[in-house]
Design a binder for this molecule. Sequence first.
Ligand SMILES: Nc1nc2c(ncn2[C@@H]2O[C@H](COP(=O)(O)OP(=O)(O)OP(=O)(O)O)[C@@H](O)[C@H]2O)c(=O)[nH]1
Ligand SMILES: [Mg+2]
Length: 244
Amino acid sequence: MAAAAAAASGPAGSRSGDASAHDPEAVAARVIMEATASAHRPIRTLRCFLAVLGDQATGKSSWLSFLQESKFSAGYRMTSSPGLQVLTVVAEEEDAATAKERAAAGEALTRVEFHCLDTQGNEAFFPLNTGDVVWERADAVCLFYDVSVRDTFTSLSKWRRRLSEQAPAANDGFVLCNKMDLDDDMHAVDEEEARAFAEAQGLDFHACSVKDGTGVKEPLQALAARIARRFNETVEAAKAAASK
Ligand SMILES: Nc1nc2c(ncn2[C@@H]2O[C@H](COP(=O)(O)OP(=O)(O)OP(=O)(O)O)[C@@H](O)[C@H]2O)c(=O)[nH]1
Ligand SMILES: [Mg+2]
């Protein structure tokens, strides 16, 4: 049965610049270890605070609702203050053979608990109070834009800067281009340009349509896999260092 062996004391998984990242005890302290209810494999849960940022009406809240409820609601209700939504994603392993090997060795399956901060795109609600705990805890960022409104893309540097000022550790994440269901002649941002921007920011690039459900889950799946991989590498490096 499930038994929490260590409560998480803070965000985990995506903080690559953290000096404690190579200290196995510090890493373990940030992880909720569970002797799992699953009959097959123990499950390790990592936690990541993800700030979802972007201009007004780009689809941030719709995306998070879709991930939670698997449905799209066409109405627009403006977000006026940040709200947290928790989504758990199992980190897929590199390939089926590796997964099988790890399962046979009794190694834990990793899942990432994303604490997603749905923010307000409307400038009327800025600046935030400094010391906003939720922003400061961000480990990763999702920069959202609407493919049919160029200004929402050009704003992304501003959103990144705004987050970096409050959460310098939020150096992982992705750019998410939304509303890909709209006709090509409405597309105001070239994908290559957006990919180059994401790369320059050290972020992944994904495109989706929350409206038709295309590409909606992939960004978090990819981020979860990266966080899990980094965690495993950190643990392996610590083990290797300890055995020297
Ligand atoms: N065509 C289309 N419309 C979408 C898509 N995703 C969201 N919308 C619509 O875009 C509008 C804004 O969506 P929201 O999710 O509220 O936008 P937001 O980014 O949370 O906006 P703020 O809370 O003001 O920052 C709504 O009318 C949605 O129905 C999509 O993939 N395609
Ligand atoms: Mg919103």
